[in-house]
Design a protein around this ligand. Sequence first.
Ligand SMILES: *[C@@H]1O[C@H](CO)[C@@H](O)[C@H](O)[C@H]1NC(C)=O
Ligand SMILES: *[C@@H]1O[C@H](CO)[C@@H](O)[C@H](O)[C@H]1NC(C)=O
Length: 451
Amino acid sequence: MAASSRLLALLAVIVGLYIASTFELPIVPAVRQNAVAVYSAVRQALNPKPAKEQSSQAVFPSSDSTHGSEVAGAQEGSQAVFTSSSSARAAYTRHIVAVGDLHGDYGNAQKVLEFSGVVDSAGNWTGDVDFFVQTGDIIDRGDDTIKLFMWMESLRVQAAKTGGVVLSHLGNHEVMNQIGDWRYVYPSEIETFGSVAARQKMLSTGRIGRAWAQNYTATSRLPLHPHLGPPNTPFPPPLHFQKDDSEEDENSRFYEPNEPLSHSALSFVHGGLSPTFSNLSPFPTKINALSSSLLAKLQNRPQPLPHPPHQYPGLPQGTTREEVELYDANGPFWYRGWATDNEEKACADVEKVLARTGTRRMIMGHTPDFTGIVSRCDGKIIIIDTGISHAYGGALSALSIHYTFTPVDSEEGEHRWIEREVVSALYVDRQETIVDQERELVGDFRFDEVL
Ligand SMILES: *[C@@H]1O[C@H](CO)[C@@H](O)[C@H](O)[C@H]1NC(C)=O
Ligand SMILES: *[C@@H]1O[C@H](CO)[C@@H](O)[C@H](O)[C@H]1NC(C)=O
């Protein structure tokens, strides 16, 4: 009798959470705390991963099969939750795909997004990935500017319907075009807009310019575990309390710099996060605020005649010193140090940036290697510009990250987990593992935010 009523109560929670997640109703915090672990089990049960894995197995028969069994193991772990009500601990998985510079080539972009499982053969969102990240430079050196930007917006809407997220970044080329630096614009591409004036309009106050303003950022911080909050949760948190603080503000989040999950996140940017850039922190909030304000100034000024043949218009009147720094060679749109510095310097510097940005690795485009994705310092620096566009004829590539957080047998009252991160470079005909790291953590990790 007691057992069956407990089962009924659990069922009610599950149904309630399902309804809340489907119709995006806010979940009451108290319920959330008790039920979050159950939530992920429910999400997995409703949205089983093995089915998704099968589709990617077809593309990568050899190495994805290991991942398939790993996920299947995670499933079993989460199902245990339904029978044990005392300690509801569920496995959690997150699959991220990131793609670098696309430079006006829709055909090659479609190939890359398709073999990485982001879209189907018709270019529609598959629902097989949780996050698709593009690190900027969609424009220039090709004719498909309009098609590519409109496609990204439609993927964003499609993704949201399956609980997925598209994270888009501005590259130096998007900003150059906004400034009026049109050195890399193909005349045939201008024709796709109709005229220079029509192109200026669409990139400033028109469809593409508005998409940049609303849906693109200069950089992002993507937590691997939802315990850290949704994408772009700032680090360090603006309102936070530490263990000894007696006051607990209802809006503040617990923050412990040595907390085991605190750096379980990735950063994405077009050029690079320089160790000497003065506005790294709080990350990514400060950089993105500067980028938004610079973009607004560029979009709202009377559009200058483009260079060439006209003179380089430069940044608008009223650009602040911090905004000038944002766009200079040491800023996130242009920095190349992570590609060009020697090993010793890069591997020492990267630790400083990871510490300040609350991340474990940095992923960026901008500096192409036509042979493939570059991983440095044990995968802490990953450069994903492989010259995908036919303008370069480089390798068609995507970066894939499979994150799993699995409960393991625990001592009484102690929650143990295995956190695993598998980072791979995907190509048309092969895939290479860049990082396969696992560590054991102890703690009661709640999902503060449910995506
Ligand atoms: C996606 O699917 C719809 C039909 O549901 C179709 O009209 C559309 O052309 C497809 N492709 C893209 C890129 O949206
Ligand atoms: C920005 O993305 C949202 C979906 O998240 C979409 O509804 C909106 O139309 C996009 N904005 C523009 C200007 O395309």
